[in-house]
Design a protein around this ligand. Sequence first.
Ligand code: ADP
Length: 338
Amino acid sequence: MCMAERKKEEKKKQDDAGFDLALRPTTWGEYVGQEKAKTNLRLIIDAAKKRNESCDHLLFYGQAGLGKTTLAYLIGKEMGVQVKSTTGPALEKAGDVAAILSNIEPHEILFIDEAHRINKLVEEILYPALESRKLHFIVGKGPSARTFSLDLPPFTVIAATTKVNLLSNPLRSRFGATIKLEYYKNEDIEKIIRQSARTMNTDITKEAVYILAKASRFTPRTANRLLKRARDYAEVYHNGSIDEYVVNKTLALLEVDPLGLEHTDRELLEVIIKKFNGGPVGVKALGAALSEEAGTIEDVYEPFLMNLGFLERTSAGRIATKRAYEHLGIPLDKQKLI
Ligand code: ADP
């Protein structure tokens, strides 16, 4: 990526972050779907409130944009406490955690995003803090080094990750509950689009909501992003309201197909089908053919394609399914009926 492209990408990220914030649900009622997660959390919150205690430490996992951060802030609101926010990579040294925790107020929530990127040194200071509300730190070096211990007030850590398998077992075991966020049903994405359009004061037709929802990769953040692009299109080229014509034009412009596949998703399936005869193919070979990191393929593209039923992971490698051939309009090799 060249400098100009990187700057453009960074600007887009900032715009999206601002937009995320503007459309973030501020009440439980606005938080659509994820019934299982919400029921579990309701119980944990109500029990904590009844006992006048802090909420248990919680671990949220699931794909990016499914609502982990939003939930953390909703819990803060429900418990009537502040949420302090940081990320795994921002906590570089033990001292970074010590600085945050030694300033934490009773019952406050510390939200740690990208928790799989917390390093070993930081993990070690977190263990006693999570387990027995103790902060251990060492002052000085060598033979004169001394260990001090500080009692912390009751507090809650909510950690979020897209890669729960990368969290060490000892860290994972310190959380009172682990909550998985699932991909959304299309009707829930439709609700979110209608809700966001209302917040943005933009008219949108029923057909337009339906088309946008189908292309939203089962993910609220993507739905809101597509909605925002459609609003831009409607304001510049149309009468300001979003209809079928506007969304179809917007999706075509963004090269997003009716099921939400983008260029790289299609390329990935085409490589499996054309280069590897439909699979099975190992993720490393796939990465090399696409010039993508194996981790990105596993974390970003595959979950979505598997949810659509276009890709299967087998012990021998990745396989493109019959539905993938049909979607791409590639004739099926008779031996490859999956
Ligand atoms: P994550 O932390 O999992 O990456 P976020 O919590 O930042 O995801 O959610 C991204 C955006 O998607 C939010 O700003 C919000 O506008 C929207 N969103 C997420 N979950 C929901 C939901 N259940 N209902 C309505 N909007 C949601």
